[in-house]
Design a protein around this ligand. Sequence first.
Ligand code: 5AD
Ligand code: SF4
Length: 441
Amino acid sequence: MARKRLAVVNFGCQMNKYDAERIVGLMAREDYDLTENARDADLIVLNTCAIREKSEQKVFSHLGRLRELKEKNPGTQIAVCGCVAQRAGSGISERMPIVDVVCGTDNIEKLPDLLRQAGEEQRSVVDVSVDASFDEPSVIQRQTEYAAFVSIIKGCNHRCTYCIVPLTRGAERSRPSRLIIEEVKQLAANGYKEVTLIGQNVNSYGHDLPGERSFPALLEQVAAVSGMARVRFVTSHPADFSEALMETIARSETLCKQLHLPVQSGSDRILRRMDRGYTAAEYLAKVRRMRALVAEMAFSTDLIVGFPGETDDDFQRTVALVEEVEYDSFFLFKYSPRPLTPAASMPDQVSETKKKERFDTLQRLQQGIQVKRNARYEGRIETVLVEGPSKKDAAKLTSRTASNKVVNFVGDLSLKGKLVPVEIVRAGLYSFEGRLAAHSS
Ligand code: 5AD
Ligand code: SF4
């Protein structure tokens, strides 16, 4: 029988990209191959994100555009997975009857059965039930052969007052370290050079499993896997970012000297209203301590502007914190009220005009900082992991440094997946130009 075609539309974070790799793997076992083109797909999966209102709106406008396609090809199945599926459940198929399956974040393994059921019964099928354990992936079809995501913990026990994630991804559930190490060893054996351990809050790793190792101990074990050259992890909650973890990062050659440490705001008053569990001074003390251990540490962060009640004074404190830390990069968000989160019903919402003004101010500030931070790289030789042809210039390869900077340089495609030394010739705002330096392989 001819193989069928699957199109995956991805919205959102690393966790979603990883879930998409699971979906592709599961559907490959059901005779589906990935296609770029939704028009000839037998199955279209929307892997959705609910973190901000805009991300959720994108899902519904995308579904609106698929209506016509479904009318032309009624046999094409449409599935909605991810955080919007988990949050809105049957509300999605009621609003959009073209949807065959709504599959929640804990039910990815069931997707093939749900699709079969929807086909046989000719109706929309919804499964957003929650699983009290870590649902072990049975198969993952990864997008690349050199860098892989490995999920170590799901869910989040924090209750930041703006955040919908605890409602869509549930409580923390760690994956047994034995299975994580086995997977990383297998990846190394298959030639992978880099793993990124992922979870909503990796620092909580192990707390829910009696007798399980802590996150620093897990990291140490992963970093020791022979052949795995680079280990990264996201996301770290600053309140749980411990001295033990800092020392582990400093000790290991394999652990990349790059850290994503979302601060959200530089004002203690706002941090309290967000229920983040740290003050700006405590956050800065951790950054300083980490830099005392590793001077070159590249920090990145997430920031929200216009959280309810944020005054000009609060915002100036965020500006001051950004100036002090000098991040290598940041993700900046305008506060977006999310259903059923405490901040959504706080009375003193900030106007869109103010949000935009503050967003632009921080963006400009960060650009200046980034240019300065990046300029330090010019003339250095950096080891980069080659990802493949550059999207902007097919004559060049694109690659990343251990500190996660993008470097483009002229080189042979056979270098894909390899670690090579490159001299940084010019450092721009978002990427560097490099020149392949002499190397032995
Ligand atoms: N509005 C704006 N940004 C948000 N984030 C999470 N929830 C919201 C929200 N309601 C941001 C935070 C988080 C990142 C993943 O998304 O900065 O760290
Ligand atoms: Fe959301 Fe806070 Fe948990 Fe991050 S730590 S997922 S922002 S509740």
